[in-house]
Design a protein around this ligand. Sequence first.
Ligand SMILES: *Cc1c(COP(=O)(O)O)cnc(C)c1O
Length: 429
Amino acid sequence: MQSLYQSLGIAPRIYTFGAQILAGLEERFKKIDETAEYNQLKVLRAMQKNQVSEACLLGTTGYGYNDLGRDTLEAVYADVFHTEDALVRPQITCGTHALALALMSNLRPGDELLSPVGKPYDTLEEVIGIRPSKGSLAEYGIIYRQVDLLPDGSFDYDKIKDAINETTCLVTIQRSKGYQTRPTLSVERIGELIAFIKQIKPDVLCMVDNCYGEFVETKEPSDVGADMVVGSLIKNPGGGLAPIGGYIAGKKACVENAAYRLTSPGLGKEVGASLGILPAFYQGLFLAPTVTAGALKGAIFAANIYEKLGFAVVPNSTESRHDIIQAVTFGTPEGVVAFCEGIQAAAPVDSHVTPEPWDMPGYDAKVIMAAGAFVSGSSIELSADGPIKPPYAVYFQGGLTWPHAKFGILKSLQSLADKKIVTLPREGW
Ligand SMILES: *Cc1c(COP(=O)(O)O)cnc(C)c1O
């Protein structure tokens, strides 16, 4: 084993250091495997209950009327998330689109949207109109309010209560921290927040941005009162196989609104050909619980490695996990670049290219991104990125298999060691 690693550029002392770290993670990995087992059975049961058949894997063309595979897949998603209905489509282009669709279709002019967990994900700022943008909710007269989390990461219940009024129609709750420093919300905490909101105003709709959170726990936000859960198929639930797509699972009326907005009033879910994409959606969902488990192990392995080496990591080495993102603060641009070079060099695709920081549209600093993915931009595949600005942190996530996530992290460490940015502790710590 070690010599094979060596032939892929991992020095024996890096390999040994990784092995020592891993020895302390057995218990946590066992828990992750149990969650994967539970979620695997949950997905399997939903597929069997809905009698997924060979015919479901064939696609339709044109209008896509009576697309058995598409309709059955949506029933499977609804059962996995324990919701009344679901919309799962390749015509939903990404996570942002799915979230925009859920919001725009369930809000009307004059309604208020509330985020009780602080600023939402960057791309949602333009959807909502926090940053002025063509076609935003703000342009349609939808009012946005936000209540920030308290400094210790807890909910500001007093301010949330004050913010809810007769026009508050929809509350948006982001599960993952995304690329912020606030903690990721557990499903349990989301449930507490929803219960509090519903007790003040029972008919308000609670939507959860579930991106990066699916299958990390045995429960989903829809199990604790969310009216809609929304996410991207090129993250966890696509299992690495879905090449495009998004989903909205929730109350029948919410999903119906979204369908009429996605296609057209009057048409709704009845149209939308699946072409040849359904095998990837089904098989990806089937693999998603174990793929997510592999990514989660990678995140925990990285947290333990880099914390041991003295870097700040969020979440830390022992914290419970509610999404698959890991942040490591290197404190220097060289650290961020070396880490990303290591991740890139570990990829199955484009391992021979060198990532470089560049001026990406929409960002105020240069950003470096490492990704060698089968599906472009897929962040359930091993990937990392970091803005070249203080505190010089990288965010990394994914890994379709645990061995690949492990290799990628060892490769990042090798890259940092080669550049003398890290020194390994002496033998015998
Ligand atoms: C990725 C992500 C989104 C947006 O998804 P895209 O597919 O990149 O458009 C929204 N919210 C969160 C928390 C995310 O992680």
